[in-house]
Design a protein around this ligand. Structure first.
Ligand code: FAD
Length: 309
């Protein structure tokens, strides 16, 4: 995808170990990280979830960690989800809060079968807690594997959600395929640095693709979940949902924790289901870098906080 130089630089930094070490050990203001990340512990994640739920929002929680090439770390991630799901149930939050899982954090890069086994354990715990799981989508090299694992999981847990990224050329076909009964699909623009061979070059093309995919999902019989902060797309989705006869509650909006919180509440007060994606855990670096890359204003906020230390 053609992007501005700052975005390219920041996404390169997201994958650079030296920069990662420097930033991760810099005295980054707690407030900067806390604007986008709920905290490092289950307790903190549950406290933020409770606050959001009490304000009328729903939640999907992501235990931060990705690209694990170590089975022990993958196991640690699974344990974190099991503990979280237990707590959500105990706290009476599991009817309003689900979990999002990155398969690369539970072993996908090591072995697809390991990721499937680990994701199954999380789905079983979610079922016991009375909630659902959505599989985040990562870079395009993992799309086929993630959709294979999704299909396998859905044979036992038909409510497992998928994520599709409108910047990929393939996504309209995937949206049509996944628009049937029982399917839950989160549609987003996509957050990774992708080559022009697989992804649209220009933002307007990504947006047009978003609307085409949204139409496909709204025309189907599944439950679409529109993840975007883009005011224009939010408005268009409202209009397209009306056109397809979808009432509030028959689709949902999703936004990231800390981004456009007023808009999240405005939509919820209009009667829409709004789900906030709440990341937590120690591995916040890659997540934060992607948020910086998306929006120069986030980067300015981050740099100002760094310099004020
Ligand atoms: P952008 O194109 O980034 O911004 C469009 C407009 O939105 C801006 O011009 C501005 O008006 C408004 N806006 C955006 N950010 C802000 C802000 N901080 N403050 C105020 N206004 C703002 N990506 C993946 O690749 N895989 C996933 O699994 C995934 N899951 C996601 C889950 C959720 C709930 C969300 C919200 C996003 C997820 N993403 C995921 C990220 C997504 O792909 C985009 O990178 C990200 O949402 C930015 O795109 P956007 O649609 O918000 O709009």
């Amino acid at each position: 995808m053609r992007v501005n130089p700052l975005r390219t630089l920041i996404l390169a930094a997201a994958g650079n170990d030296t920069i990662r070490r420097v930033i991760a050990t810099a005295p980054v203001s707690r407030d900067v990280v806390r604007r986008f990340v709920a905290g490092e512990t289950t307790e903190e994640a549950v406290a933020v979830t409770r606050r959001l739920v009490e304000s009328g929002l729903t939640v999907t929680l992501d235990y931060l960690g990705e690209d694990t090439t170590d089975a022990a770390l993958a196991e640690q991630t699974v344990q974190a989800y099991l503990e979280l799901l237990d707590r959500l149930k105990a706290e009476g939050l599991s009817d309003r809060a689900e979990v999002s899982v990155k398969l690369s954090a539970v072993g996908q890069l090591l072995d697809e079968d390991l990721a499937l086994t680990n994701a199954s354990r999380i789905c079983r715990a979610a079922e016991e807690a009375g909630t659902t799981v959505t599989l985040d989508m990562e870079d395009h090299t993992t799309t086929d594997s993630t959709l294979r694992i999704l299909a396998e999981l859905r044979t036992t847990w038909p409510w497992v959600g998928a994520v599709l990224q409108s910047y990929l050329h393939r996504t309209l076909d995937d949206a049509v395929r996944l628009s049937g009964d029982g399917s839950r699909v989160r549609l987003c623009k996509g957050a990774y640095k992708e080559p022009g061979t697989v992804a649209f070059d220009e933002m307007p093309e990504v947006d047009r693709s978003y609307v085409r995919c949204a139409n496909a999902l709204l025309a189907g019989t599944g439950y679409p979940m529109f993840a975007t902060h883009d005011p224009r797309l939010v408005r268009i989705i409202g209009e397209r949902a009306d056109h397809h006869g979808r009432k509030p509650g028959e689709f949902e909006f999703q936004m990231l924790y800390g981004i456009r919180p007023d808009e999240q509440l405005r939509l919820a007060h209009q009667g829409h289901t709004v789900r906030v994606y709440v990341p937590y855990g120690g591995q916040w670096y890659g997540y934060l870098m992607r948020r910086m890359a998306e929006r120069p204003a986030n980067t300015v906020f981050f740099l100002r906080a760094l310099m004020s230390k």
